[in-house]
Design a protein around this ligand. Structure first.
Ligand code: GTP
Ligand code: MG
Length: 364
């Protein structure tokens, strides 16, 4: 039954087009902040869910876009205390409320939905499965393509055994849910790359490292280029390829072909999102944005060299969709989005060692 309060024509607050209409739900505190970060970019199909009102108070979203699911399994009925089972129970028979929230906040027309959450907590890890199922069901009911993706945060190494164990079991669960894209924010990696980020800014920096790049691709894919266009079908094929990673870099030197390919190689090594094996990538997008003057003087084969290098770096037979765009700034930047990757094996093994219960001193 359609809900009375459904707002069919939700429009994003942007004065430029995007390739796809994205819809977001954040589950738990980390997920809520990721969703808030998309809202700050202008996305308006956005809502959040938590097991405690307290953590929703700081999220800058209208109150009808927030839902609290009380946790009857814990004293006081507030919060999941890093226990995913508590949140799973809280969400179990709340399918209708979640359904109404998504219908109300996402409207009738959108192209891709994203469930955002931290892998290591209680609420996000435990309630996300129900939310993912509900999002998929709604898209089916609305006869929309059932594109459901996830944006998930891997914990920092110092968050302890409980959090690490939660993250591992949640990842195993997600692998069976047919999500695409899966975008992983590796908080430990962000800590390494921006070591002196003040506490008050850390989550903002971590979240923007993904939200701004996904947005950039969504925005660029909507614009035809006078040079080489990266179009919506290119973006859709990468978004439908499973685990994806982003990279971004200024290309400060472009005197030779090798300068360009070197910048791309370094960008991929330093990609902030997760330690993923990029050589397993099957599909990618690579976009150069440069000042008009620069693009008028830069030989085409310099950029081709960069595209070719990326193609060689990925799995044999891979496809790299290209884009070359004039930008507002005079300099040159390169952005990549690589898809069809494996889940981050190395980081999971590391987490696994943190996930073991501490059984006293280790033998020498
Ligand atoms: N990238 C990112 N990660 C976050 C953020 N907030 C928390 N995290 C990570 O997400 C994990 C889960 O934390 P929360 O989101 O606070 O947990 P929760 O889902 O609210 O669960 P409970 O508080 O246990 O009910 C943590 O291990 C953090 O590493 C955030 O804003 N951004
Ligand atoms: Mg919480």
């Amino acid at each position: 039954m359609p809900d009375q309060r459904v707002e069919p024509d939700i429009t994003d607050a942007m004065d430029y087009p995007t390739a796809f209409r994205f819809a977001f739900i954040g589950v738990g505190q980390g997920g809520s902040r990721l969703t808030e970060s998309f809202r700050d970019l202008g996305y308006r199909r956005a809502c959040v869910l938590n097991t405690t009102e307290k953590d929703l108070a700081h999220i800058n979203l209208p109150s009808p876009n927030k839902l609290v699911l009380p946790t009857l399994a814990v004293a006081g009925g507030q919060g999941a205390g890093k226990d995913p089972r508590v949140a799973e129970l809280a969400a179990q028979d709340k399918g209708e409320e979640i359904y109404d929230l998504l219908r109300r906040c996402w409207g009738d027309r959108y192209d891709w939905s994203f469930v955002c959450f931290g892998l290591g907590g209680g609420t996000g890890a435990g309630a996300s499965t129900k939310v993912i199922e509900t999002a998929r069901k709604i898209m089916g009911d609305l006869r929309l393509p059932q594109h459901v993706g996830a944006i998930v945060a891997l914990p920092k190494a110092d968050e302890g055994a409980r959090v690490a164990a939660n993250a591992i079991s949640t990842i195993h669960r997600l692998q069976g849910l047919n999500l695409s894209p899966v975008i992983i924010v590796d908080n430990e990696r962000i800590r390494e790359i921006y070591p002196r980020t003040p506490v008050g800014q850390f989550w903002g920096v971590a979240n923007r490292s993904v939200t701004t790049l996904l947005h950039l691709f969504n925005r660029i894919a909507a614009i035809p280029s006078p040079h080489t266009s990266f179009d919506p079908a290119d973006l859709a094929s990468i978004m439908a390829s499973g685990v994806v990673a982003f990279g971004a870099t200024p290309v400060t030197r472009h005197e030779t072909q090798a300068d360009i390919s070197k910048a791309i190689r370094q960008q991929l090594k330093g990609n902030v999102l997760a330690s993923l094996d990029l050589t397993r990538g099957r599909i990618a997008g690579c976009i150069f944005i440069g000042g008009e003057d620069l693009l008028n003087n830069l030989p085409q084969d310099y950029l081709d060299h960069g595209f070719d290098m990326l193609t060689r770096l990925l799995a044999p037979g891979s496809t790299v969709h290209r884009g070359i765009y004039p930008g507002a700034r005079a300099d040159l930047s390169a952005y990549t989005m690589i898809g069809g990757l494996d889940w981050p094996g190395e980081r999971l093994t590391e987490l696994q060692s943190h996930g073991q219960p501490d059984t006293g001193p280790r033998p020498q």
